[in-house]
Write a protein that binds this ligand. Structure first.
Ligand code: MRU
Length: 348
């Protein structure tokens, strides 16, 4: 399995996912700004992976704060945390990781700056290692939903590359394959940045799992032909009622799945939940550069001056989601109750 991110020699190394699968190149980040740019420009992407990158980026950034005064350090660190939070708006994991790192600084207010910097690096490493463990648990929990032989449709990339390692949606598929189940994965190509054909297909081929790529608009055709047993995707943010933000196109898949009586599962860690949000309408949706839609590989596809809309995510209302697989348990509708049970009574 290809590693997503690592810390080596006072630098962060990120596998540049914009270049996969053609080239396996490490992008070297030496500053906080390098990591913010890598997240924003999607050299690293996928909700849990950008959480890990944010944590590591802040640990790296903290080393450039030249002061022995704890209060000065804290102020500067909070500015960095704010800058990191703005890198991409939709994934809950980014904010979750930033808040974990801020928590380290807040709790160590009687320690030296050097001690705090050491603890930040350690915390970012724990977030990475824990993410891989969590994904393996999601995989094991999801096993019971996967028949011994299944054709599974997935969208975007919710694999090892989108996480610290192993994957969420792809983690369930990986676990099923490891358990000896016969998996055939139908991979949506995932326009406009093609995470499906470039990244998911790449991971599946590496694992010797049968993969077939389709264009996004063919999903309904194959569902209607009864060629798909279930759909499984990852998530970028899950509101307290179960409404789920994920890669643009997920919503229409979920509606099509319901129409065709196919289960639609979401696999995500608890760090993807936003129990403070009442519903999915409150999830901020990232709008990306229209040129991602109107051009390909630097070449303009449409006529010069044509406009495009490019929301990176959409919201799947909870009523279309058959179950949400987490590291703790499988949540079933109605999600408001099951999410409240997980996060306590503060849930909106
Ligand atoms: O824009 P991306 O590539 O970051 O979008 C990623 C997705 O939508 C994934 O499905 C989601 O982050 C879950 S990754 C485990």
């Amino acid at each position: 399995m290809i590693p997503t991110i690592k810390w080596d020699n006072n630098c962060i190394y990120i596998i540049d996912q914009r270049k996969l699968p053609e080239k396996k190149e490490w992008l070297v980040c030496r500053t906080l700004q390098d990591v913010v740019t890598a997240i924003r420009e999607m050299a690293i992407r996928g909700a849990p992976a950008i959480g890990v990158a944010a944590a590591m980026g802040l640990a790296l950034g903290s080393r450039t704060i030249k002061t022995n005064n704890c209060e000065t350090f804290r102020k500067r660190f909070l500015e960095m945390a704010w800058q990191m939070k703005l890198a991409r708006p939709t994934a809950a994991n980014l904010r979750w990781a930033v808040e974990k790192m801020v928590g380290v600084v807040e709790i160590m207010n009687h320690n030296t700056v050097e001690e705090i910097k050491g603890a930040l690096k350690k915390e970012s490493q724990i977030i990475l290692e824990r993410d891989i463990e969590i994904n393996r648990k999601i995989g094991q929990n999801g096993l019971q939903l996967i028949p011994d032989k299944a054709t599974i449709l997935t969208h975007c990339n919710a694999g090892a590359l989108a996480t610290g390692g192993y994957g969420t949606a792809l983690g369930v598929i990986r676990a099923a394959h490891e358990a000896g189940k016969d998996m055939h994965v139908i991979v949506d190509e995932t326009r406009p940045l093609l995470q499906g054909v470039r990244l998911t297909a790449f991971e599946l081929i590496e694992e010797n799992i049968k993969a077939t790529v389709i264009v996004d608009s063919a999903a309904g055709y194959f569902m209607r032909k009864k060629m798909i047993d279930l759909v499984i995707t990852g998530a970028d943010r899950i509101a307290s009622n179960g409404d789920t933000a994920n890669k643009i196109g997920s919503y229409q898949l979920a509606v099509l799945a319901k129409e065709n009586k196919i289960p639609f599962y979401v696999a995500a860690p608890l760090s993807t939940f936003d129990p403070d949000l009442k519903n999915g309408d409150l999830i901020p949706i990232e709008e990306r550069d229209p040129r991602e839609v109107t051009s390909f590989d630097g070449h303009m596809l449409g006529p010069e001056g044509v406009d495009a809309l490019n929301p990176a995510f959409d919201i799947t209302p909870a009523k279309y989601i058959s179950a949400i697989i987490t590291e703790r348990e499988i949540l079933k509708p109605p999600y408001k109750g099951s999410i409240r049970d997980l996060f306590g009574t503060d849930v909106k």
